[in-house]
Ligand binder design. Structure first.
Ligand SMILES: NC(=O)C1=CN([C@@H]2O[C@H](COP(=O)(O)OP(=O)(O)OC[C@H]3O[C@@H](n4cnc5c(N)ncnc54)[C@H](O)[C@@H]3O)[C@@H](O)[C@H]2O)[C@H](O)CC1
Ligand SMILES: [K+]
Length: 482
């Protein structure tokens, strides 16, 4: 079941429908308390100090219930209905620098700007730079507009309840939200809403990709051609090829520019490496084509650009285009039902739209739709925090996995290789949206797994692990205690 992105009024309606259906507020709050405590216990080591801040509304009640499940930690529970009362006691606790603050001051019930006393308290908490787990919404943030109501908590993790609130997905909210996690099952009735924008859950990929039959051979899993690598950028071709390997297609052939052939070929074993030439006729026998990683040199042959346009316009098989090759695409239709995918970051999307990256970020779903429209209704993976996947109409999915350590040169090459390697496989071409969502989720989840265990991982490490995260075991995202 997709989890729709909703607004505060819809959340209130959902709540009301739940009480009418016989669910009770106290049961829901109890469950939320348990879930918050479980997540909190993953963020601190035994014995570390936890501060629970509970406001006067139900967000505070969630926090109070969480406290009951943190018996193994020293916990201060501070009721803060009025930031001027008991403030010296609170400052004393903050002076001890708790390892984790559970933020239950305000949720979706904030209805006016915070006064200077609230602002001072929130500033003090933010200045502490300690881990903060915000319940539902970082306190102070307007969950519809994504703007602080004067000021707001800067959370490390925001655990939003039931469904993501639209404001939490806006770039203006990201500095406050930190890592956004959605707990879909808090004991409410079935969500009465569907939406165009939906959140992805690991469980969406249970048993995906499907098990391979015992009788399978490499002819069953497709052949992929990768056109990548030029002088100064040979590594991108290697990374894309390795990304494709992690998807385990039947055969991978990399066509690269002559100047870099000898830098690339010795680094790859199972991948066949050839020198690209203008007589190469694609797609030929290939089941998918990826064009773009490391094609940034100034002297890319015009024939290669023409071939890109031709493959995009005519090939019946999936074509994935990334990086520099995005600039070569024709604004022309491609065969009906053919799979076309581009994987731009906001800067690349802005070049296609002839606007600024800031304008793309201001309305990411809209930018995705516009880019797709320009390029014949292709699938678009708009990268960045909360990567979006969709096309000019229909559902857009928000990816929940990944972290800022993915912001390393080469991680995009690994992703485009990996997703093209999946799309080369006939069984994974049937539902391209699911395959793309899976690729993006797995790429981010692998990064999360690495970040949970070490500080200094690099893209080569990502490529060793890519594909190893099992969705069924992703009950809670991996995270490193402080
Ligand atoms: N939506 C659900 O299904 C559930 C939500 N839960 C949690 O409850 C909060 C929403 O609770 P609510 O009591 O409505 O609001 P808040 O806790 O956010 O607090 C509102 C409280 O604060 C006052 N207030 C508003 N703005 C200000 C301000 N600027 N300055 C001072 N005081 C302010 C307002 O008057 C109220 O008294 C939701 O986010 C979830 O965390 C439950 O888990 C049940 C299910
Ligand atoms: K909160």
């Amino acid at each position: 079941m997709p989890i729709p992105v909703i607004n505060v009024a819809q959340m209130r309606e959902w709540e009301k429908a739940s009480w009418e259906a016989g669910k009770t507020e106290s049961e829901v709050i109890m469950r939320v308390g348990q879930l918050v405590a479980r997540r909190a216990s993953q963020m601190v080591r035994p014995g570390q100090l936890v501060l629970v801040l509970a406001g006067k509304g139900n967000n505070g009640n969630d926090a109070r219930r969480a406290r009951e499940h943190l018996a193994d930690w020293p916990v201060y529970l501070q009721d803060v209905s009025n930031p001027q009362e008991g403030i010296s006691e609170l400052h004393q606790i903050l002076d001890q620098r708790p390892a984790l603050i559970i933020d239950g001051l305000f949720g979706i019930g904030i209805n006016r700007p915070l006064d200077e006393h609230w602002a001072a308290l929130i500033q003090r908490i933010n200045d502490l730079q300690t881990k903060v787990l915000s319940i539902d919404v970082p306190s102070g943030l307007n969950a519809d507009t994504g703007e602080p109501m004067g000021t707001a908590i800067r959370a490390s993790v925001t655990m939003t309840l039931g469904a993501p609130k639209q404001g939490l997905l806006l770039p203006s909210a990201w500095p406050y939200v930190g890592r956004l996690e959605v707990v879909p099952d808090i004991g409410l009735a079935k969500c009465p809403f569907t939406g165009e924008t939906n959140w992805t859950l690991p469980e969406d990929f249970n048993n995906f990709p499907p098990e391979r039959p015992a009788t399978a051979h490499k002819g069953n899993f497709g052949r992929i051609a990768i056109i990548a690598g030029s002088l100064g950028y040979h590594g991108a071709a290697v990374l894309a090829a390795r990304g494709a390997q992690r998807a385990q297609p039947g055969l991978i052939t990399l066509y690269t520019n002559e100047e870099v052939y000898h830098s690339i070929a010795p680094q790859l074993q199972a991948v066949m490496v050839s020198i690209w030439n203008s007589k190469l006729s694609l797609p030929g026998d290939f089941n998918a084509v990826l064009i773009g990683p490391g094609l940034a040199a100034g002297d890319i042959p015009d024939d290669m650009k023409m071939m890109t346009r031709h493959v995009w316009r005519d090939a019946a098989v999936p074509v994935v285009v990334d990086a520099s090759a995005l600039d070569w695409l024709p604004l022309a239709p491609f065969p009906k039902n053919a799979i076309r995918v581009i994987t731009p970051h906001p800067g690349e999307a802005s070049r296609i739209l002839r606007c600024s990256a800031k304008q793309v970020e201001a309305n990411r779903p809209n930018a995705l739709r516009e880019v797709s429209k320009r390029l014949g209704n292709c699938w678009v993976v708009l990268k960045g925090n909360q990567t979006l996947i969709g096309r000019s109409s229909g559902e857009i999915y928000v990816n929940p996995s990944g972290n800022p350590y993915l912001a390393q040169g080469g991680s995009g090459d690994a992703l485009s290789g990996y997703l093209a390697g999946l799309l080369a496989q006939p069984t994974l071409q049937v539902d391209p949206l699911k395959t793309l969502r899976y690729a993006v989720w797995q790429h981010g989840a692998t990064a999360d797994k690495l970040t949970a265990t070490r500080n200094n991982w690099i893209v080569e490490d990502l490529l060793k692990e890519l594909g190893s995260v099992v969705p069924e075991l992703q009950d809670l995202p991996p995270s490193k205690p402080s």
